[in-house]
Design a binder for this molecule. Sequence first.
Ligand code: NDP
Length: 323
Amino acid sequence: MTTEKVEVLIIGSGPAGYTAAVYAARANLKPVLYQGIQPGGQLTTTTDVENYPGYPEGVTGPEMMMDFQKQAERFGTDVRFGMITKVDFSVYPLKAVVDDEHEIEAQSVIISTGASAKWLGLPGEERLNGKGVSACAVCDGFFFRGKDLVVVGGGDTAAEEASYLSKLASKVYLLVRRDEMRASAIMQQRVERAENIEILWNTETEKILGENEVEGVRVVNNQTGEKQDIPAQGFFVAIGHKPNTDIFRDYLDMDENGYLITKADSTETNVPGVFASGDAQDHVYRQAITAAGTGCMAALEAERFLAAQEADLVEGTPTIAMK
Ligand code: NDP
């Protein structure tokens, strides 16, 4: 296995990763960024992005991510296609393995691996993604103004998405698979009070109707077995997200859902030199602009960390005492 030494390793190529790269590259830290399995991240699955400042006419998700990449490369970021498959944060320099065949020794690591929406696994769900099927109300809700929509899920995400969509859509059906919601009381109240949200309890989706775009949903009551077709133009799956943090499990503090825990007002993790940004550590906002913000923070903190390391080395007392 070949080994390479880098100052800043950035894992992930969404808004957090590329923003971290722009800042780190401009600070002359020669960042190396691995794009992961989906270069550009979750935004590449979105059609139009209209809420990212700086694009007054809107932009497609893939175009925007190409812009991010170009900007990161312009200042010298080494953007590479590849997947970090393993890390070892119990040693310093920090270690990461690319595609099981190349080892990196990094003085600092910025994690921006993002999260992936969970899907139901229904036939047609993938085919109609972007054609009425979505997992992001804030991204896509605007295109369904005045339409009838279905939201699936019973947690805070589903409650939030249903509330958000109810302000745009003419009617929102919320499909909850049990006879109660998991969502917090306040979020549930918000849903229950909205005049145009109808909650269908004990209800699961059997089929998404429509060939080239969503035309409706066939649902089944899991208590009575009764089926019904609900005409709808949008189908929002809101059954949670899964942060892409599995490979860090042995080293980094995370909550019970796998979101990396960072210190207050910081992107510092529990391992010195490792910083976490974007959706891998943020389950609340999950927006491109907030991810970019924390990517910027991570790069500035990595820069500060490396400067402190260098100062310590000059004085001969390394800061890092690893576990
Ligand atoms: P949760 O895991 O809390 O909820 C997932 C929901 O989806 C549950 O109601 C679950 O049903 C349902 N579900 C799961 N799989 C299926 C399926 N196959 N078919 C139908 N329904 C399904 O995820 P969330 O994303 O809602 O929340 C994650 C975390 O983020 C929580 O801690 C939440 O509080 C937090 N959050 C906070 C927000 C806020 O404070 N504003 C906003 C959004 C999230 P069941 O209950 O039967 O398991």
